[in-house]
Design a protein around this ligand. Structure first.
Ligand SMILES: [Zn+2]
Ligand SMILES: [Zn+2]
Length: 178
């Protein structure tokens, strides 16, 4: 893209133009698509045909995606965390009982540890969800959505109905992240 204030070509989507210090989309002097000069009255760039005015409104469309994805993460992540902890404690106690009956130490720890990945994925999902709602750090949000999928995998349905939409919304909503 090009800075709308000074016309410099920018790499990625910086919040602040490194050349002039303004927000790249705040000006009206240049086309953000090709860098051709424009005025504040220009709606369609005469050089490349890109829509110049109304760009902000256009960008707002689909901004619900990261929010929806983030809410999905939390809806999936919080129960997964509780379930994971309950499972860890339950399996740990069960394993301890089995180990105790058989006189084998450490069985409780091993069985309890089986639920640990679920707890870890749930925590990543919750952290990712918070970042998705705030539309920051896209890769962390993506990691969160994949974690929703992985945390839900043992129960299959949460992975399909929460994890996959979370990944899709995060990928589709990428441009709305800062
Ligand atoms: Zn600039
Ligand atoms: Zn243009």
């Amino acid at each position: 893209m090009f800075c709308r204030n000074c016309g410099k070509e920018l790499i990625g989507n910086p919040e602040i133009c490194p050349n002039c210090g303004a927000r790249p989309m705040s000006g009206t002097s240049f086309c953000p698509n090709c860098g051709a000069p424009t005025t504040e009255l220009t709606e369609i760039c005469p050089k490349c045909g890109a829509r110049v005015a109304g760009k902000v409104v256009e960008k707002a469309g689909g901004a619900w995606m990261p929010l929806t994805a983030g809410i999905l993460y939390l809806v999936a992540g919080v129960p997964a965390l509780i379930f994971g902890i309950v499972l860890a404690v339950g399996l740990g106690m069960l394993g301890g009982l089995i180990g105790g009956l058989g006189g084998i130490p450490g069985v409780g720890t091993i069985m309890g540890a089986i639920a640990v990945p679920m707890i870890i994925f749930a925590i990543i999902a919750i952290v990712g969800g918070v970042f998705a709602i705030r539309r920051r750090i896209w890769w962390l949000a993506l990691a969160g959505s994949i974690s929703v999928f992985l945390a839900g995998l043992p129960l299959i349905l949460p992975a399909i109905f929460l994890g996959i939409p979370a990944i899709v919304f995060t990928v589709m909503g990428k441009k709305h992240f800062k």
